[in-house]
Design a protein around this ligand. Sequence first.
Ligand code: HEC
Length: 173
Amino acid sequence: MTTATSKTGAGKFIVRAFLVLIGLGVAFFLLLQLIPVNRSNPPMVSEPNWDSPATRDLAKRACFDCHSNETTWPWYSYVAPASWLIAHDVEEGRQRLNFSDWANVRGEARHSGELAESILEGKMPPASYLPTHPQAVLTNTEKQALVDGLRASLAQTDPGGAPVVDNGEENDD
Ligand code: HEC
């Protein structure tokens, strides 16, 4: 009898400890949601001189979520900790290459060769982004069209070549 009672006692204790842990987990998760996350879409400043609406459409489909001020923030970008990762990607992406603030894009990102490489080698858009964004998956024909379109757009945006970096602080992170 004594053994049975102590077993039940231990069982109750374990169930209680388990419930307390779940409660703490939920409380912690809710607290995380209070940390502010910057999901702003600042106004458009300047875009490259697009060679055609089709080029812009392709860039919008595959690049704008991280490289423009027209980010579509999905529902899970409102749930920490996913929200932190997404906001960080967008912040870093915009810093390097912002199609909505083209006048301030400096360094490699302003060269069509660098853009072409990132697309054709499959580095951009990042593979981890694609399963949740099927519209950003480009066929080989679309990739080539985007590369050619970006080349033409940048050639007419910077006829004398990309602007020279003045202070070498363009990639400060
Ligand atoms: C899910 C977000 C995301 C998408 C979508 C995305 N990028 Fe990026 N991109 C980043 C981040 C973050 C960086 C900076 C870190 C790195 O280089 O991986 C970056 C860096 C780059 C760079 C390097 C810039 C530099 O100065 O080193 C190029 C070029 C680039 N992206 C082009 C593109 C192009 C073109 C597309 C669309 C075909 C695209 N990216 C789509 C997030 C993204």
